[in-house]
Ligand binder design. Sequence first.
Ligand code: NAD
Ligand code: UD1
Length: 332
Amino acid sequence: MKVLVTGGCGYIGSHTVVDLLNDGYEVIIVDNLSNSKIEVLDKIKKITGKSVTFYQYDLCDKEKLESVFAKEKIDAVIHFAGLKAVGESVQKPLMYYENNLFSTINLLEMMQKYKVYKIVFSSSATVYGSPKSLPIKEDFPLSTTNPYGTTKLMIENILTDLYKADNSFDITILRYFNPIGAHKSGLLGEDPNGIPNNLMPYIVKVATGDLPILSIFGDDYDTEDGTGVRDYIHVCDLSYGHVLALKNPQNGLKIYNLGTGKGTSVLELVTMFEKVNNVKVNRQIAKRREGDIASCYASNEKAHKELGFTCKYTLEDMCKDSYNYVKKNTNL
Ligand code: NAD
Ligand code: UD1
């Protein structure tokens, strides 16, 4: 089976490509490398012993995208490509709407034209806005607070409308919670440009001495220790969820949360990181970050029941693997 992976050179995409190759799928990647590096392809080969077909194309370029569909006999698509920085999306909303929506519409048009009906889409827990209760289930009300999140919700709506109009489509929407960690080999991981916005990449940079101190955004939330609670999931558990989604015999439009189902506070994560890596992470309490919620964690029951999704990696693994990746790639 030939799978087109858009954004396959990125953080989650590259881990998923490894899983697909290890499972015997043929992989074609389309990525414009706007947030990733070409070297990822060699690293994927080093891990799996297998090569992928790569096109450095922008999905917004419809002609180039069509040339891929015309040339390759694609059976299914996993659609990771997109811009994902919340703060940047607030500053540059048009760029986010243009990139994330045009690329997806082009992709869906090509799929319809070339009768490729199976798609797995990367959505986010951000579509739940501020949940009324926990754990979060797939049928909770949806709302967003920033343009990035709105592009995710708009794409979910586009997919829903498309399925209503043409139920040959077989669509899986995966709502990720907070992916962290890296491949055990230390070859693949998360490499944000500049100063990271997300917690784990920031912790790692403080641990390596690249940044002086971690600001903990608020210690007065209604949580056990007052700091924000999230559902951190190892990227390798998350990536395998995509393989399970492809294997799912159930057709139609399906939506699944991919999280561990367990909430961890900022302080718990920092403390665990220090313990397993035997390193100090300087920190200070700062004011709350605008737009943050107190707690967010998934009910993963539906994914478990219908996809056989389980998480085999622990919080210790996530902390070890995140640090290992950065150490290996900066020669500390
Ligand atoms: P990433 O930035 O590492 O990977 C995205 C890839 O898409 C990059 O390699 C980038 O170069 C490529 N890309 C972007 N726009 C493109 C375009 N127009 N044409 C071709 N390629 C393009 O991000 P990631 O963390 O691997 O996330 C993958 C997907 O999962 C994204 O859609 C993201 O919004 C979603 N998601 C991520 C998280 C997270 O915390 N990482 C959480 C929820 C959802
Ligand atoms: C953020 C995005 C969300 C996106 C997700 C994955 C915001 C408001 N939300 O979610 O839309 O889907 O990333 O990309 O940006 N924290 C600190 N100090 C830091 C960084 C974070 O204390 O330097 C805290 C946060 O307040 C939060 C937790 O750590 O409680 C996790 O933050 P982060 O990694 O940014 O993820 P989310 O806020 O869940």
